[in-house]
Design a protein around this ligand. Sequence first.
Ligand code: S3P
Length: 445
Amino acid sequence: MSGLSSGSAQNLAGDIRAPGDKSISHRALMIGAMAVGETTITGLLEGEDVRRTAAALAAMGVGVNRHDNGDWKVQGVGVGGLAEPANVLDMGNSGTGARLLMGLIATHPFTSHMTGDESLCRRPMGRIAEPIERMGAQVIARDGGRMPLAVLGAADPVPIIYQPPVASAQIKSAVLLAGLNTPGRTTVIEPRPSRDHTELMLRHFGAELEIDEGADGSRGITLTGQPELSARDVNVPGDPSSAAFPGVAALLVPGSGVTIRGVGLNPLRAGLFGTLIAMGADITIASQRNEAGEPVGDVTFRSGKLTGIDVPAERAPSMIDEYPILAVAAAFATGTTRMYGLSELRVKESDRLAAIERGLTSCGVTCAIEGDSLIVQGNGQKPRGGALVSAALDHRIAMSFLVLGLAAERPVQIDDGETIDTSFPGFAALMNGLGGSISEADNYG
Ligand code: S3P
């Protein structure tokens, strides 16, 4: 593991693009694989997580190739057309890749084995095993439903109506992808709307979906099984979750102004931007447009004062991956920021609630966990920084604390910079191109 260190930056300025959206990239590959014909994907995220999904699909007979111009081509095998993989599918650090793929293979009549890195092997997979077993698959996993595991795909899958206990796009998507090769109608009723990239992408490829908004805030999605999906071109928007790191850095480093072009602004993803604006952030959005069914725009972030606010639990699904960087922003704000309804952060790439509290405390910030809430106390001053923070195999923890170091009094070091490649290859170089100062560091120096 090689570490990285970030030190106080003068000011950040520039005009950049964020890497391709990770969620949409996984889906473009998987749904492209289920189509008939050749799908061209422009702007695919070339991070480690998405590469694992591409490799797993290739191991099941799908042609997945990168062309010299950076486009990716997927030779679809049609719904139900995957072949038994000859070896274990290693999903690395990718919870999304693993969980969505478990759904996809659950209704293919073969057995496959799946594993991942130390972080992924700690994460609960029972939340996917449960619905896909109801559809006729069988999952043999380690204690606690953990990886490595085997999926025995159903030969005669049955459609279900499933109500996940939490608003999770991964659970919803796994069931819908399992529903592709299932006769009849598969329904997921989520307690609150989670990101809808799977629904938008399935429609883009020609699937039939019905959406019902419940009066109680729930959302039902019904897929008609065994559709004929046709290859389509997909233009992947920039990832709002990745844009958040240079964006918040620009808010925090005095004198900064950074524009990020082509950022995905799906309302079920972009909760962070509204939250930061409510804290007083200077964020403007220009040139809003639609790409492959997804809203995108150019977002400009300028430095200024932030004020602590309450972030209600209902907003959590639309910014679930953004709490580490929001907590960093809150550390620079004046007043208290209370973030509610964060129990799902316990089962991300790391226990993010614990990792945020540990990291902020070591950087001199007053914060606390109360139940499933996170409370960060800012005093409008730069936090001290000056700590070595464990990234805990979690890219978003690593990037969040590097951003803190760019604006804190003293440099911040993280023990593992490699984990960033899962979602944001070239992060340090991009930040340095804006005027940041992120450099390699040995972990014990
Ligand atoms: C994702 C869904 C979210 C999110 C993850 C990506 C997806 O997970 O945290 O990074 O692409 O569907 P949950 O479904 O567990 O909320």
